[in-house]
Design a protein around this ligand. Structure first.
Ligand code: BES
Ligand code: ZN
Ligand code: ZN
Length: 491
């Protein structure tokens, strides 16, 4: 687990630069112009900084590229890091520049000379997010990153200081989602997941854990069928953040929390199966958003509901051909036990609407390989029954730079879900696999409930480093959803 740092914003004090410990970061455009702080660094290093930014190499660099001047003469710092920016940059490039700072680690004191640049909060957030590190299961001393500090020397420290807490709140939410997704399934059982969610009580989130007996009473046959072959008991975790006006209908966030997906009796191939530790990504994102909202004391009403199950083969496991009854009352023929996420979500979606009468529902799930084929790893799939709601979400995702792409729904796809023996079957064949999965979920959404389904199978975890995260969990959509709540539920 990495705790996110809270950045500090201070006024520039030129006379302390020579003695600044750790790393000093200069943000420079390709025009070679140096601001006040950078000019002092240049003087201290006897012109080395100017030689760098006037070099051909620097001219050819792209925003976000980074150059190191290690053990610079005339300074106490271990390094001056020069990050190429574009002074007219947008939020995305600002986060990228921040990413370059965070990538080098924040384990030592880091002082960023940001002056009066635009998008300083985005630079800070980029640095915080990229500095994430999951080393809980490494035993070597070198693998443990010491907590450092992140300070920005800026023109308007008061204005930025007022935003620092919110930045740290969002980063902490992203880190919780990443920790949960990165955690192996022998550690993150359904019980341990529930325990970590209970930790949110300390922040003022009301948490309930519904156990199997209660889920049975509620008639959640679809969810329970999935977990039936596992030693880990199935659970439904309900998180309520009630920071808004009393009586205002909440936004409901629903997450798929399959702590491990072997495929069940429809067993997955061995190659790559270990990746299915991330099959609780939807639930992890929901928990992350709830944490961010609570930490920044969002004036909004939001409920998070996550179905926690493990999909295992076993003598008691669900079989292909089994028919289960959902809480809604519809029956489902389980053709393939590997299409389990939609079975879990069917019951959690229904429960969320029956209990909370939400103003809108957004579900998140690492739902289909087909979505990965359709969109790759740069966009999450977005499905919705409400154009306005969908537009607001897409705008929030765009603001946060988290790729999101709308895919269609349509009644015509329903014929792929027809079952001979039950009201529907749980798979619709290969064509449009992400769409038929969404079409399945739609059956458990009431007509008058604005709903968005986010298929995050391709984006929840990545096998390569990205601008804002080391390889592994990304926390994709935690920031978009926090932004959506700010834009639509607050005040
Ligand atoms: N958890 C998987 C989907 C998935 C695939 C997530 C790749 C992340 C990366 C899901 O439960 C699943 O197995 N879906 C099947 C559905 C099929 C049997 C209709 C799939 O996508 O192959
Ligand atoms: Zn599956
Ligand atoms: Zn799955």
């Amino acid at each position: 687990m990495t705790d996110s740092l809270t950045p500090a914003f201070v006024a520039l004090d030129l006379d302390t630069l020579a003695e600044a410990p750790g790393r000093v970061v200069v943000l420079a455009d390709a025009d070679g112009r140096l601001d006040k702080g950078a000019r002092r660094i240049n003087r201290l290093t006897r012109g080395a900084l100017a030689r760098l930014v006037e070099s051909e190499k620097f001219a050819k660099s792209k925003p976000g590229d980074s150059f190191a001047m290690d053990w610079p003469t005339g300074m106490a710092a271990e390094a001056v890091q020069v990050v190429r920016i574009d002074r007219k940059m947008g939020a995305d490039d600002a986060r990228k520049a921040g990413g370059a700072i965070g990538k080098e680690g924040l384990g030592k004191p880091v002082l960023v000379l940001a002056g009066s640049l635009r998008h300083i909060p985005e630079i800070a957030l980029g640095a915080m997010l990229r500095a994430y590190d999951f080393s809980d299961h490494k035993t070597g001393e070198d693998d443990k990153k010491a907590p450092g500090s992140l300070t920005f020397a800026v023109a308007k420290p008061e204005v930025l200081t007022a935003q620092a807490g919110d930045l740290a709140a969002v980063a902490s939410g992203v880190f919780l989602a990443r920790d949960l997704v990165n955690e192996p399934a022998n550690v993150l059982s359904t019980t341990e997941f529930a325990r970590r969610i209970e930790g949110l009580r300390d922040l003022g989130v009301e948490v309930e854990i519904l156990e199997e007996a209660e889920l049975e009473k509620l008639g959640m046959g679809a969810l329970l069928g999935v977990g039936q072959g596992s030693e880990s008991p199935s659970k439904l975790a309900v998180m309520q953040w009630s920071g808004g006006k009393k009586g205002t209908a909440p936004l409901a966030l629903v997450g798929k929390g399959v702590v491990f997906d072997t495929g069940g009796i429809s067993l997955k191939p061995a190659l790559g199966m270990e990746e299915m530790t991330m099959d609780m990504g939807g639930a992890g994102t929901v928990a992350g958003v709830m944490k961010a909202l609570a930490l920044r004391k969002a004036p909004a009403n939001v409920v998070g509901l996550v179905g926690l199950v493990e999909n295992m083969p076993d003598g008691r496991a669900q079989r292909p051909g089994d028919v289960v009854k959902s809480m809604k009352g519809d029956t489902i023929e389980v053709i393939n036990t590997d299409a389990e996420g939609r079975l879990v979500l069917a019951d959690v979606l229904w429960y969320a609407q029956e209990r909370f009468k939400p103003a809108g529902v957004i579900d998140l799930a690492t739902l289909t390989g087909a979505c990965v084929i359709a969109l790759g790893h740069e966009n999450g799939g977005v499905f919705s029954n409400d154009d306005e709601f969908c537009k607001t979400f897409l705008k929030a995702a765009d603001t946060e730079g988290e790729g999101a792409w709308r895919l269609p729904l349509g009644e015509a796809y329903d014929k792929q879900l027809k079952s001979r023996v039950a009201d529907m079957k749980n798979v619709g064949g290969r064509p449009g696999g992400a769409i038929t999965a969404a079409q399945f979920l739609k059956r458990f959404v009431k007509d008058d409930t604005p709903w968005i389904h986010l298929d995050i199978a391709g984006v929840a975890s990545r096998s390569e480093d990205t601008v804002l995260a080391p390889k592994g969990a990304t926390g994709w959509f935690v920031r978009s959803l926090d932004r959506l709540v700010r834009d639509t539920c607050e005040g």
